[in-house]
Design a protein around this ligand. Sequence first.
Ligand SMILES: [Zn+2]
Ligand SMILES: [Zn+2]
Length: 371
Amino acid sequence: MSQRDPYEVLGVSRSATADEIKSAYRRLARRYHPDVNPNDPEAEEKFKEIGNAYSILSDAEKRAQFDRFGTVGDIPQDPFFGGAGGGISDLFDMFFGAASGGSRGPRSAAREGEDVRVDIELSLAEVITGFERGIDVARSEECDSCAGTGAEGGAAPDRCSQCNGAGVVTQIKSTFIGQVRTSAPCPSCRGEGFLIKNPCSKCRGVGVKPATGKVNIKVPAGVETGMTMHIPGQGSDGIRGGRPGDLYVVLHVADDDRFERQGQHLFTSIDLSFAQAVLGDEVEIDGVDAEHTVEVPAGTQPGDRVTVKGAGLPPLHGGRRGDLICSFNLAVPKSVSETEAKLIREFAELRGERVPKPKGGFLGGLFGKKK
Ligand SMILES: [Zn+2]
Ligand SMILES: [Zn+2]
């Protein structure tokens, strides 16, 4: 693989500090993350390249090697140097077990950032189109006043004097087979190997503080309430170089009184007058993103339906939209005038139907009571 200059890839100078490198990496990784740029091979390639560059520049040894040789290849490791810092004590730990889970050497001070959940609401119109939007995310971000170190003014933390920075304390115990070394996390620094004597006043020594970040999300068309998007690395910043947490965006599709959703299909209804139902008509019905003119056939019955093909919602992974299904209600007048009542009776009589007796009024009241 051809290797581009990692300084160039991250856009930092050769004298950049570890923190500058880290924040440049984080900024670029967020921009080119595959979840933010789905189906974009160029962004994916870029994301890999950024990761490679960071893996070189974040490792002091590899960075020094690159600075000297302009490349980072495999260099044979001196088995007696570096590595686990091993030796005889490791063997003892292996056979007799360390006091706490066999840990040796300083426990990493880095802590992974927390996962963050954000709930967002979208309309049915947005379900049809999908959208891209910057959303506010309440998360912890690296404290800028101590550059994430947790120490006032960004000072380097002090090496723990009890364990001399190792994070573990070793005890020699006498047993029946002789002296045995055991190790336990250092009680003074709780295994971290360092102490912060003067904690940062802004983040109270934590290294991160609450902040609101903007994250650009791309919601595809066709989503449903309860669907969750997982965006790695966009949660809270890790502590002291720890991996950032992930962001989970939970989607809620807002209710729309006009429609009932069943998967990709939408159901709606419209009121027809008696005249429209009997004689037929042409009516406009509301779709989510357009109005549709539909034919009401003569003799339409209450509950009859008409389907507008393709006026429903799209499927999640692209394809034909579902249908809009409209059912007809018959709107019965709640009251009519005397003239209207007379015409309706005449209509019934004409059709040979039973004619309801008039109610109310002087005559109606008189007959009604006598009966
Ligand atoms: Zn701070
Ligand atoms: Zn210690």
